[in-house]
Write a protein that binds this ligand. Sequence first.
Ligand SMILES: Nc1ncnc2c1ncn2[C@@H]1O[C@H](COP(=O)(O)OP(=O)(O)OP(=O)(O)O)[C@@H](O)[C@H]1O
Ligand SMILES: [Mg+2]
Length: 350
Amino acid sequence: MRLNTLRSPLRTNDSTSQLAALFADRLVGQPAAIDAIVPCLQMHKAGLSPEGRPVGVFMLLGPTGTGKTRTVEALAEVLHGNPKKMVKVDCGEFQMEHEVAKLIGAPPGYLGHRETQPLLNQQKLNAACSEKCDLSIVLFDEIEKAAPSMTRILLGILDKATLRLGDNTTVNFENTIIFMTSNLGARSMQKEMKPDFGFEQFIPRDNSDFQNKLQKIGMSEVRRKFSPEFVNRIDHVITYQPLSSDSMSSILDQHLIQLQDHIDRRLAARSFRIDVPMKTRRALLKIGTSEEYGARELKRTLQRLVIQPLAILLSNGKIQPGARVRADINDTRTKVIIRVQGDELLDLAS
Ligand SMILES: Nc1ncnc2c1ncn2[C@@H]1O[C@H](COP(=O)(O)OP(=O)(O)OP(=O)(O)O)[C@@H](O)[C@H]1O
Ligand SMILES: [Mg+2]
């Protein structure tokens, strides 16, 4: 399905199937994630989530650039109307034990107690919900990079929905949905995906054997890295699949919709329309499809071949407000030529 626009985020009385559809608009080709997360939101909405623990705990695994972090951003957009509305802990910034200690703050009497505010606190959690939805999303991104004490902190949160801070106060995580993303097993998964074949061929979309294999690789790495009590407290470990060419094509469509939205929002009265014909889209997909970097490469390709040349034209005053701009691929399919309607062809590289 080609989208012309993304449906707007959740309204208070939207049903769960609408919620799933809004989610799927933003997260392409990962139905297992949507199938696991939506029921948990349903339980929360019905008031039937278990007491004394977070509403849901999810570990997202799989190859790079397949949408693990995007899942959480998409959910924030659907629930709160803002992809950034969440408490995000970039675990790569907590590789040392003393850095993890900053999350909970120093106990009274310790050096720096007054100056250091715990990075995780109740106000931050409360600020991550919205009028539309009282659920706060908490993301521990790239969990495997954190020092081991992060797992101890997480155990308390996952088990009792409580975090005890350095000053002995507690933070309540009962109204949170917790995500952890990880690249654990990604390398072995990559091997399984037979990179010597073309991108399209190594994605057996309906091959459940292949999907089970990836899931097994992920689970065994998780079991190797984390203790059984930690793994036991995770509701769902979801392994992301490599993106099919159809999914990549939908993601490109999304990126182009977002680009137009961005132009409209940022330039307001000076905005213009950009048309990207199918031929150019196909070429962008070909150049931007990478088994190694997933959809990340597509984003970079769009940036390099379309957005950068567009920015040059714009800053040189070549695009008038209300203009129509067309992005054509050149004959050798290596470069995008931006044409402002009514003008002669503007080849930026020449
Ligand atoms: N399934 C998807 N649906 C929609 N967009 C996607 C999807 N996968 C990737 N993207 C696009 O690619 C970008 C990178 O994806 P994302 O950050 O989610 O990767 P990741 O799986 O978290 O990878 P890493 O393991 O490297 O962190 C996203 O910002 C998004 O624009
Ligand atoms: Mg990520």
